[in-house]
Each structure stands twice: as C-alpha cells, then as structure tokens.
Design a protein around this ligand. Structure first.
Ligand SMILES: [Zn+2]
Length: 77
C-alpha cells in the first residue's frame, strides 16, 4: 500500500503598485465621430482639466477614462 502525503503551505501575499512606476490615465471622448482623446499621462488632474476644456469647447461631456498601473505581488514573511 502506498501512502501519499501532500504538504500544503499557505503563504500570504500582498499586491501593490510597483515602486518604480507611476499610474497613468487616458481619456477618450465618447461622442460618436469626435475622436478626441488625452494621451496617456501620469498627471491625472491635468487629464481632468483637459476633459473639462474639451467639454467647454464642444459640449461633449462623456468620456471613457482608463487608469493603468504596474503592480507587483510580494510574499509576506
Ligand atoms: Zn468630443
């Protein structure tokens, strides 16, 4: 008879933004045919201001905003 033993080890991990990265944001006007967008930037407030300026100039008020960062998972000891 064969006995199989399995050792399960539960290790705690955490995830956080990678310290060598900055989150970036992009925004795209959703008015059909417009095509205006904010290039990826780490200046989130600047992107918001640019969107508001676009609304002021065109009346287009709906945007798709995307936030992106680089994450790292680390094993806690
Ligand atoms: Zn627009």
């Amino acid at each position: 008879m064969t006995t199989i033993k399995t050792a399960l080890r539960f290790v705690t991990h955490r995830i956080a933004r990678h310290p060598d990265s900055e989150p970036t944001v992009t925004a795209e006007c959703l008015r059909p045919g417009c095509g205006w967008s904010v290039a990826p930037t780490s200046d989130v407030k600047r992107a918001d201001v640019d969107c508001m300026a676009h609304t002021g100039a065109t009346g287009h008020a709906i945007f798709a905003r995307k936030y992106e960062d680089m994450a790292v998972v680390v094993r806690e000891t």
